[in-house]
Design a protein around this ligand. Sequence first.
Ligand code: KG4
Ligand code: ZN
Length: 357
Amino acid sequence: MSKKTFILGIESSCDETAASIITENETGEPIVLSSIVSSQNNVHKKFGGVVPELAARSHVEKIDTIVKLAIEKSGVKLKEIDAIASTAGPGLIVCLSVGLSFGKSLAYSLNKPFIAVNHLEGHALSAKLNSKINYPYLVLLISGGHSQFLSVKKLGGYKRLGTTIDDALGEAFDKTAKLLGIDFPGGAQIEILAKKGDPLKFNLPKPILNKGGCNLSFAGLKTAILKIASKIKKDQERFDLAASFQKTIIEILYKKTQIAFKEFEKKNSPEKKIFVVAGGVAANKEIRKMLLNLCYEKKYHPYFPPIEFCGDNAAMIALVGLEKFKLKQFNNLDHPAQPRWALDEDAIFLKGAGVKL
Ligand code: KG4
Ligand code: ZN
């Protein structure tokens, strides 16, 4: 009987310190043996956003405990680990450096291969942690730092079909939450408040809805919400604003996802049309519901990672590590941290003033 493969994944690109051990079954499907995620919400709450230096310090304080815990919980011995995969980007350089250096040092001391992982690739593959999904597929990645539609042809083969030209969707949720008096990161709280509100109460803008293909824009929404939020006094009005914001986002994603479907179909004629939704915002149940209905309507097979693997975690990093390990795609120990690292390196940078759509 051949020995099982065990991969240690490490994630520290932003404000979650995470470690995970995964293996695979006889048919090559991943099995998560442990996944430990330690969030820093309490560290950053009072500042209303992630403070890079504090985040890095917290990673330094916790990384060895989190890795040790993940190894203990998995039941795997340190010497049985076959490779170490760390997030190398994109993210905050001071934070990336912690998990990256830790992973490299461990790989060196164990004399095992080191694998540098793109955090976005982790999200793009995360739905494979609980479902068998064949390439090609379309992915909508909606997180606190990124919002993009990607066509995934194979491991390492990505074509960006659309991206946000300003704020990420999670960022829009967090900024709206802040204007409603909710502590950072308030995205998930918006969903709760929205349940008690009237989604038709406020008419909010839907930037670039009818132009720019499946590119996205959310910054204009924040300005509109700022104006309304400064005038509201009653709790019910806060609920109505949360509900109206969430409904507006759902309408934007409904339209843009249909455009992305068409773009995906232009370049791919798969037997099975597959749509994966990943990233922290993929945890939102109302967004999930709308996208599920849309998939049913347009004959796509929908896949969502389990809620625990929507937000930042190290199981998705270990999964990319496992796939790369099988292809012997290893990295040198001088691999740098890459604060900017696009999955589709041919895609044009589409942010800032003067962007042409
Ligand atoms: O993927 P993630 O953990 O981190 C990044 O890679 O950015 O995503 C975090 C984002 C935050 O902006 C958070 O507010 C948002 O995901 N989020 C949600 C929900 N849960 C988390 N947004 C809307 N509805 C939710 N239920
Ligand atoms: Zn992420």
